[in-house]
Design a protein. Structure first.
Length: 186
């Protein structure tokens, strides 16, 4: 869990600028707690936070974050629906997503020194997304590394096949679960 009580996770993320974190979640309540902690910790330390989440969970997280942050801190947080972000052209198309991602960051990073992102990635047909996800994740990894950012890519582990897990692990430097975070052995 990312809560203030979990020093291990918070310390790793503080030291993990330029790191790409794969988050396999199983417990919705823990996931929400971790997401809120990630957003608030980033905004409190002055990061710009770009948070992409589904329509069911986004309002819950947004409402709680709005209660925890000052207006100045909240101004550094950008919330977006994951369907609108990842599927804006009707399909998961990495060049379109990356163009939108870099444009969004450019609009908000003029005055900000650092940023962190959180994206909850969902899909209908795993076979369809498997073709494109590696390209997308590798491109995000390059951006995150170059910008010395922290990026969490969240997946519901129950929807991820073993081959898809391996593909995702090969694109990330850390693996996070609802309770811990560890470096990915490559």
């Amino acid at each position: 869990m990312l809560g203030k009580g979990n020093i291990q996770v918070n310390e790793i993320l503080k030291q993990s600028v330029g790191k790409h974190v794969l988050y396999f979640t199983e417990q919705p309540e823990r996931y929400i707690e971790n997401a809120i902690s990630f957003v608030t910790a980033g905004a409190e330390q002055g990061d710009y936070v770009f948070f992409v989440e589904n329509a069911r969970i986004l309002p819950v997280i947004q409402q709680q974050v709005e209660q925890l942050l000052t207006p100045e801190q909240l101004a550094r947080v950008h919330f977006m629906n994951n369907y609108a972000f990842y599927w804006q052209n009707g399909d998961f198309h990495p060049p379109t997503i990356l163009a939108h991602f870099t444009k969004t960051l450019a609009l908000h990073l003029v005055a900000e020194k650092s940023f962190r992102t959180w994206g909850h990635i969902e899909w209908g047909d795993q076979e369809e997304i498997t073709r494109d996800i590696e390209e997308f994740e590798q491109a995000i990894d390059g951006i995150v590394s170059k910008q010395k950012a922290i990026s969490v890519c969240a997946y519901d582990v129950s929807r991820v096949s073993e081959p898809f897990k391996e593909l995702l692990l090969n694109c990330h430097s850390y693996l996070m679960t609802d309770d811990e975070i560890m470096p990915v052995a490559r």
